[in-house]
Design a binder for this molecule. Sequence first.
Ligand SMILES: [Zn+2]
Ligand SMILES: [Zn+2]
Length: 237
Amino acid sequence: MKIYHQRNKIPSGWQLIETHSHILPVSQCSELEYKELIDIYADNGYSGIFITDHYNVDFEKVNFLESSFYELYADAFEYANKKNISALFGFELKFNPNVSETHQDSEFLVYGADPQFLDKYPYIYNCNTISDGLLTLKKLLFKEYGNSFLIIQAHPNRCKNGIIRNCNVDGIELYNGIEKAFVRLYMKLTFSGSDAHLPEHCCNNAVLLRDWNGTKEDFIHKIKKRQYSIYARALRS
Ligand SMILES: [Zn+2]
Ligand SMILES: [Zn+2]
């Protein structure tokens, strides 16, 4: 895996895929409607974008499950199709453990699921400990999607205890927007995502794939085989 810090240095043939973005009304912290978000990425030559809205005890039903979110994502994905970019579903999960823990604030990007997954398991964030929560999450993802999913710790630099060492986590977001996580030794997957909430956040980061067919399954397959590189216009570490 190579890391590119300048777009013009990325060799031709690599496709750019945004792995971390948020839209209204599901993520109330975002100022982006799906059309604006998709327009920006399509105009900037990206091949794909994962929309990874927040999912946790605060966002829960109101934003996610009762705001006809199926329709919202279906509309967004269809709109992206017309713009020749693949928009795909992901979510950013924060657990609500009974036992307070050092990694309490950790958030996890989940790839491979459909919106139906959260409809079927709406209280996935409730757990005794974060370890228990991750184990349950992994079991349910496996039940629904076989091995075709990924759990990536988002911005470990924001959690006061940094990287969570847990066998059910596939990797970390090494670059989140302009920030780089501090990593001493890490053998798992490393990602790069813009965490787009505002227009100026967009297109700073990407995962790079070659010959990607635009599906989440092929994305996960290539990532697991480590056939990817990353782009990070990181300014700070
Ligand atoms: Zn947010
Ligand atoms: Zn986020």
